[in-house]
Design a protein around this ligand. Structure first.
Ligand code: PEP
Length: 254
């Protein structure tokens, strides 16, 4: 399965949590616990905490990410933040299309495509979230749903740009619910995403593509999920707000 071609990435999604001061505290707790990590470690934090996160992670291998970006470079978009603004701080990653943005903020496949384009143009690495609703899984249309999300988001993305895309498979029914996809369910979808990527790009490109799992991943279930051939790390919500839990997942990825 060529898993050795990929370096797993464990990314925390802090969502709308923590002040800048609390950000420094949590990162300072995480730092010694992940200092020997073999995998990539990313903390994605609210815009207001990016500077504090950059300062706290300086001199470490921990990378900082934002949780969204706008599709325009600049302009009359009150309250929005562009990919270039994020990049100009020294931030390396951005989450795009998180389920909570699709649900609460009217994110569509087309705005996801446009945000992905803006992020790539700005030089950011994108953590692109895809996932099916419970009823879609029950209707056996999981791959149709995810295939559409992936194809639209990646339309116009070059093979070179694909190296700055991480796909996070997050079944919606598993996010923040305590329900986790079984390792087999998650691996099956991740494998299908990889096959789709091979058809859109080349098999070699697909073999290099990092595909995470996200959805109630925690210190207990991470080992089994991360041992699967097509699961290359995780996007971690709740458990990323606790240094011991987050670092245990990082250790499981090692
Ligand atoms: C997420 O927010 O991307 C996520 C997977 O959340 P949780 O780990 O809490 O389910």
């Amino acid at each position: 399965m060529n898993k050795q071609l990929r370096r797993p990435v464990i990314a925390g999604n802090w969502k709308m949590n923590k002040t800048p001061a609390e950000t420094s505290v949590l990162i300072n707790e995480i730092k010694p616990l992940v200092k020997d990590a073999q995998c990539g470690v990313v903390v994605c934090v609210p815009y207001t905490n990016l500077q504090a996160a950059l300062e706290a992670t300086a001199g470490t291998d921990i990378k900082v990410g934002a949780e969204n970006c706008h599709w325009a470079k600049s302009g009359a978009f009150t309250g929005e933040i562009s990919a270039e603004m994020i990049k100009s701080l020294g931030v390396a990653y951005v989450i795009i299309a998180h389920r909570e943005r699709r649900h609460y903020s009217g994110e569509t496949d087309l705005t996801v495509r446009d945000r992905t384009r803006a992020a790539l143009d700005a030089g950011l690495t994108v953590i692109l979230c895809v996932g099916e609703l419970l009823w879609e899984r029950e209707q056996n249309i999981t791959m149709e749903v995810i295939g559409k999300q992936v194809k639209i988001a990646l339309s116009g993305v070059s093979a070179d740009e694909l190296k700055r895309i991480i796909i996070a498979y997050e079944p919606v029914w598993a996010i923040g619910t305590g329900l986790t996809a079984t390792a087999e369910q998650a691996d099956e979808v991740n494998g299908a995403i990889r096959s789709l990527a091979a058809s859109l790009f080349t098999q070699a490109d697909a073999d290099r593509l990092v595909i995470q799992y996200g959805g109630s991943m925690n210190a207990k279930n991470a080992g089994e999920l991360l041992s699967m051939p097509n699961i290359d790390g995780g996007l971690i919500g709740g458990a990323s707000l606790n240094a011991d839990d987050f670092s245990a997942i990082v250790k499981a990825a090692n």
